[in-house]
Design a protein. Sequence first.
Length: 379
Amino acid sequence: MGLFDKLRAELIDIVEWIDDSHHTLVWRFPRYHNQIKNGAELIVRPGQVAVFVHRGELADVFEPGHYVLKADNLPILSTLAGWKYGFDSPFKAEVYFVSTKQITDLKWGTPNPIMLRDPDFGPIRLRAFGTYTMKAVDPKALLKELVGTDSDFNSDEVTELMRAIIGSAFADLLGESQIAALDLAAKYRELSEDLRKVVIERVDDEYGLDVPQLYIVNISLPEEVEKAIDTRSSMGAIGDMNQFQQYQMGQAMLSAAENPSGGGAAEGMGLGMGFAMAGRMMQAPGMAPPGTADPAGTVPAPGTVPPPPPPTAAIWHIAVDGQTRGPFTAAQMADGIASGQVTPATSVWNAGLSGWTIAAEVPELAAHFAPPPPPPPAP
């Protein structure tokens, strides 16, 4: 190979970028010390823009198409290089290809919780995450502000910047909208579009980037707040709490009755639940507590002495497996004796006794243990 053939081989006659990546934003044509031949072909494919740079200054920009590089289609470069009357020799210039297609599957999220004042829960912390797409719309601004002399610039190098911008814009948007936390899920689409517009305002002019799509996938509350919401929802589904508690106690009593091997502990638990249920039933609407009269609502005549208040009913306690149960009224004790939960050997106590006494030795209770009368004689 002769000297002239070697020199011709070092000249570049085709400038192009076959992009097989999915996240590359800018790629510099590897010219090194080679020169671009006069009349060389420039091929810019769809989704690309070619930018010529001469000695650190941005020159001509080429949209998608097929070009033959001459002085007439390189006006800015001709001026910068001093080609007053055109040129016939090879020239040196850096060529950057900028991808203008959308880069998809990019993710964003709030690195730290956002503090807000909610009308339902007061001060709360919110986190959010989502996806977005990005594309270059102003190659010169992108090269000037972000790329510099980088020969291969991809989306990963601008992801952290975009996440910070989206997170900051999202915090501002939530603060201005003042939407209650429980209503945010119904506003995802509206908030996503508002957030996209705010982000575009911050990255378009300064960095030459566009965000064609941006979505809020989830806005989450702290775990303890979510548990409180679940608890409130469960209480609302239960309805009448008194009826629910009575149902629960009834189910527990059935379980205790079906498990006779539970021993003294099961008997004590059944006795306590039975007394508790009896107390709740007597507190139901329309039922007066034992030992009280239905008030007449009349005013005594002048000079008359009102009747004394009824005597206070005795309050009883019982001992089951070394533990004290109660207090119980006389009626509840009678029910317990009738059901066999209180036996003659059960230890009982009330304020009128000097100490714990077995039920059979207490006059008020002993009558309940008397044997039933024999059947009447035959006629």
